[in-house]
Design a protein around this ligand. Structure first.
Ligand code: FCB
Length: 457
């Protein structure tokens, strides 16, 4: 049994994102997003699921804020849907969209809950995709325009901003692997998308600061620690390459180091970059991307184990091994590896020294049916959260300036290409009525948050 003791000023929250919970995709003047389009494309989402209703949070947000307040959760990370604010991506504003988030922020504040919005959690307006989407530089310019509008409107009340959620997913899942919207499969497009996402992050930071004096700003990266399958040189090289593509390609430029040279070589060999130039980098871009932030936020779910093999030739993707046979895996098939969180936090702190760190997402998908009494005894989720928090606490004891933790997720919701079958919530939804049913993990998390300085078994 581990015990957890956190400092009194530690930030405790739960996280969600707009597309995964809001539903109401054609209400309130919202424009189409790339995920609406992707869900309508046959074969893209498990069971042909879509998020037209999702948790219907758009209509039930007051109930959800009351739920957070009942649980005593002091901070809430949610995202703002760009197509609600600017249905065409730029130009004409939809005041109803802005008003929705303004009311959500007011509701949170009225309940003493601190809003931590994310400005982009993957739901690009389809109109911008029609003009090329993230591989085009114009999308970065449109993002800055959108951020200016949102932060002018909410900046009097919102003091904490995340620019982007998981640029790796936007770039690689969306543009190289094609498993996320917009479903494109082109390495060169993925690298251009990554650059424009990072550029739009850096360019929007001063805009946020101007509109919200005193606010804290940062980006959310999904980092996955890479472990070689053995001490062999080949396995170590494979782990280094995985780390380069997944982690350093994003960490290095935001910390002022430009793109990692070893990975530039790999991408040239792979045919994703031409010889001699990074075609998407212009003028002062690298300085813009390195705009100093107040914190770096990390999403952590699992680790990767790498084996060197013939894939490594010609700059290929290194092979990821399945989790070891003895490991516990979640319903996503992701290995439960809490030690990876400590390793990751210490590594990021040592190698990059961000001013502060936050965990913006951590959680697990387990489907536990309600018992006869209606109670959902999700013991495995409690164990997962407890073990990860214990590792985070260890990293803090070793000097990592970790400032807060957001559990993913408040609600069971629409899990992207996996549809509604994967359940990450501390709170379940009755599929027939949409009624919210807090699981045992919600009560456990609430107890921890209520007395973080005492030991919680
Ligand atoms: C992260 C996403 C989040 C959720 C979790 C399970 O990659 O940011 O929206 O889907 O994974």
């Amino acid at each position: 049994m581990s015990t957890l003791q956190f400092p009194p000023d530690f930030v405790w929250g739960t996280a969600t994102s707009a597309f995964q919970i809001e539903g109401a995709t054609s209400a309130g003047g919202r424009g189409e997003s790339i995920w609406d389009r992707f869900c309508r494309t046959p074969g893209r989402i498990v069971n042909g699921d879509h998020a037209d209703v999702a948790c219907d949070h758009y209509h039930r947000f007051q109930e959800d804020v009351a739920l957070l307040a009942d649980l005593g959760i002091p901070a809430y990370r949610f995202s703002i849907a760009w197509p609600r604010i600017l249905p065409n991506g730029h130009g004409k504003l939809n005041p109803q969209g802005l008003d929705f988030y303004s009311r959500l922020v007011d509701e949170l504040l009225a309940h003493g809950i601190t809003p931590w919005p994310t400005l982009y959690h993957w739901d690009l307006p389809q109109a911008l995709q029609d003009q090329g989407g993230w591989p085009e530089r114009g999308t970065a310019e449109a993002f800055v325009e959108y951020v200016d509008i949102v932060t002018q409107a909410l900046g009097d009340r919102v003091q904490h901003w995340f620019t982007h959620n998981e640029p790796w997913c936007v770039a690689m899942m969306g543009h190289a692997r094609g498993e996320h919207a917009p479903g494109c499969a082109s390495g060169p497009a993925a690298l251009a998308a990554a650059h424009h996402v990072l550029l739009s992050h850096g360019a929007s930071v001063p805009v946020i600061r101007a509109n919200c004096p005193g606010a804290e700003v940062g980006i959310v990266l999904n980092l996955t620690p890479a472990y070689p399958a053995s001490e062999s040189e080949a396995d170590r090289q494979a782990a280094r390459r995985f780390d380069g593509g997944f982690n350093r390609w994003f960490l290095d430029p935001i910390h002022g180091r430009g793109y990692p040279a070893d990975m530039v070589d790999v991408y040239r060999q792979r045919g994703w970059l031409p010889e001699g130039v990074l075609p998407f980098v212009q003028g002062e871009d690298l300085d813009t991307i390195a705009e100093p932030c107040d914190f770096l936020a990390i999403n952590y779910y699992t680790r990767a184990i790498l084996r060197g093999g013939s894939e490594m030739e010609q700059g290929g993707e290194p092979a990821t091994l399945p989790p070891p046979a003895h490991s516990e895996c979640t319903d996503m098939g992701w290995e439960v590896y809490p030690e990876g969180l400590r390793d990751l936090l210490i590594r990021v702190h040592q190698d990059y020294r961000p001013a502060r760190l936050l965990i913006a997402e951590n959680g697990c998908s387990y489907s536990d049916a309600p018992g006869q009494d209606g109670r959902i005894r999700d013991e495995r989720r409690i164990q997962y959260l407890r073990d990860h928090l214990a590792q985070a606490r260890l990293a803090m004891a070793e000097g990592v300036p970790l400032q807060g933790y957001f559990a993913w997720s408040l609600l069971d919701n629409f899990e992207w290409q996996f549809g509604h079958g994967q359940r990450f919530g501390l709170v379940a939804l009755d599929p027939a009525t949409g009624r919210r049913l807090p699981k045992d993990s919600a009560a456990w998390f609430a107890r921890l948050v209520a007395s973080p300085a005492t030991s919680i078994p």
